[in-house]
Design a protein around this ligand. Structure first.
Ligand SMILES: NC(=O)c1ccc[n+]([C@@H]2O[C@H](COP(=O)([O-])OP(=O)(O)OC[C@H]3O[C@@H](n4cnc5c(N)ncnc54)[C@H](O)[C@@H]3O)[C@@H](O)[C@H]2O)c1
Length: 473
């Protein structure tokens, strides 16, 4: 009798957050296979509408277009490379995601975007200087056809941007927040019809907005948020919230790739529930935080102590320019700081993790452009409290790491929608620096990279008709 309970961090609003999954190992040879869960097929075209046509967005689009011509490989993408074990013992097999669940094909993707600057995706990719010209030219004509729609923009939220491809009223004024929503809804409808898309996902890969602290009066109920939009409350309603509201109302899943609090508020959770749409956020987990969420478990697993973790970066692209403004950096700082606290916890190990100092800096340094360099200095202590240091120096390429994350988030949130999942998709935490969770109920984010991977695999197993059979310790 080998019955046991499996604690599964669930990701679907339809079920409880920490659902107990029951497994009977001896039942049958094919014990692990459940009745195939209902996931609609990925038929027709998938529209990916990107807010922002900058370094990340153009690297993502160029890579997909190149990959489907067989001219580049989508390296770093879990949906294209990772395999999930299903079954156990002799029944065990490893399946690629597309063999387990119906994932949209790269050749079925149609791109569109909004940006403050009018340059088409080809011009923007050349400007971003992430990719070599020889890796852009073969898809030049496709990229030239991706011309950004006018942005729903308010300069107070990103002061360093001076583009004029923005939505205006006839008077020249920027529209009210509610008018922004209505205009964006029209954009989405028009894109969907003109491209003949079956489904559309909206992905925020635009600049980090200034920090919008969560205000219970405005952000805790959908009714209050809608009232604030109609009253044109420009302090509490960021333009990104208008994109998210428009997307969900038009039946499109929404992904927040910047650290903006946009969908990380109860009002948006309610909208996602009302519209039965999945949401995910926030902040793509790419370089330094990926390393942090993968390295902190080494310290925790080995029961070493932590005195301090100092993380600094130099970055010279437009993202770095926007983040050079303290109000915008604050949004990023909050996101980057949240990682360690749920992995190395003082309440679980007071001798090891009480009062460690955690600091994150980003410095704008134009010569490096997109080639961000990060340094981590980690002060640890061991046997009898003796101090030691670890240094990590990651010379990465920001957008090269972000592009596959964009692809995976879009394909997986589209899958989630077809599987009937809605609300916050916690199984996508793996891809995010500051994963969403219901903080109003005291729920904690899962930042531990390997636990996040388990959540991802368990969700895929479930959607593929298998039991979520891996435990999260
Ligand atoms: N590259 C990474 O590793 C990484 C990791 C995590 C998060 N991010 C986030 O992804 C986002 C994109 O990064 P990037 O390097 O492409 O930046 P980028 O500056 O090259 O591109 C952002 C684009 O968004 C546009 N934009 C700003 N506000 C807009 C609005 N309201 N509507 C439409 N367009 C708008 C800007 O004009 C700009 O072209 C940033 O918020 C960044 O913080 C990037």
């Amino acid at each position: 009798m080998v019955n046991f309970f499996l604690l599964f961090f669930h990701i679907n609003k339809k079920k409880t957050t920490f659902a107990l999954t029951y497994r009977n190992r001896n039942k049958s040879k094919d014990y692990n296979k459940m009745e195939k869960s209902k996931v609609n097929p990925a038929s027709g075209k998938l529209g990916i509408l990107i807010v922002g046509n900058g370094a990340v967005a153009t690297t993502f689009m160029t890579g997909v277009l190149m990959a489907r011509k067989g001219l580049a490989k989508p390296i770093g993408s879990m949906t294209q490379y990772d395999k999930v074990r299903v079954g156990r013992g002799n029944d065990k097999k490893y399946l690629k995601y597309s063999e387990l669940v119906p994932i949209a094909n790269l050749s079925d993707i149609e791109f569109g975007c909004w940006d403050v600057y009018p340059q088409n995706a080809y011009q923007a990719a050349v400007y971003a200087e992430v990719l070599k010209r020889e890796d852009i030219e073969p898809v030049r004509s496709e990229l030239e056809q991706i011309v950004p729609m006018k942005a729903a923009f308010d300069k107070n939220f990103a002061k360093r941007l001076d583009g004029d491809n923005i939505k205006r009223e006839v008077s020249g004024e920027i529209p009210t927040r509610w008018e922004m929503v209505e205009m964006l809804r029209e954009d989405i409808k028009m894109f969907k019809t003109s491209k003949g898309c079956d489904r559309v996902v909206v992905l925020w890969a635009a600049s980090t907005e200034i920090y919008v602290p969560i205000d219970e009066q405005v952000h805790y109920s959908l009714e209050a948020l809608e009232a604030a939009m109609k009253a044109d409350d420009r302090e509490h309603v960021a333009p990104s919230m208008c994109y998210a509201y428009a997307a969900l109302t038009e039946g499109c899943p929404f992904v927040m790739g910047a650290p903006n609090t946009t969908v990380d508020i109860p009002a948006m959770w309610q909208l996602a529930e009302k519209t039965r749409m999945p949401i995910a956020g926030k902040d793509f987990k790419t370089g330094q935080t990926l390393v942090k969420s993968g390295f902190a478990p080494i310290i925790g697993t080995r029961c070493l102590g932590l005195d301090g973790w100092f993380s600094t970066n130099i970055l010279g692209n437009r993202d770095g320019l926007v983040l050079d403004v303290p109000e915008n950096f604050r949004t990023k700082e909050v996101s980057k700081l949240s990682t360690l606290e749920t992995i190395l916890k003082a309440d679980e190990q007071p001798d090891l993790y009480t009062d460690y100092y955690h600091k994150v800096r980003i410095n704008y340094y134009p010569p490096r452009n997109d080639n961000k360099e990060s340094w981590d200095n980690i002060d640890i202590f061991g046997w009898m409290g003796y101090p030691m240091q670890i240094k990590i120096n990651f010379l990465c390429r920001d957008s090269i790491l972000a592009a596959p994350v964009c692809l995976d988030l879009c394909l997986l949130i589209d899958l989630a929608a077809r599987a009937g999942r809605y609300g916050t998709q916690r199984f996508l935490s793996f891809f995010l620096k500051s994963p969403m969770h219901d903080y109003t109920q005291g729920e904690e984010a899962v930042n531990h990279l390997y636990r996040q991977h388990t959540m991802l695999k368990n969700a895929l197993r479930e959607m593929g008709g298998y039991e979520a059979d891996e435990e999260i310790d």
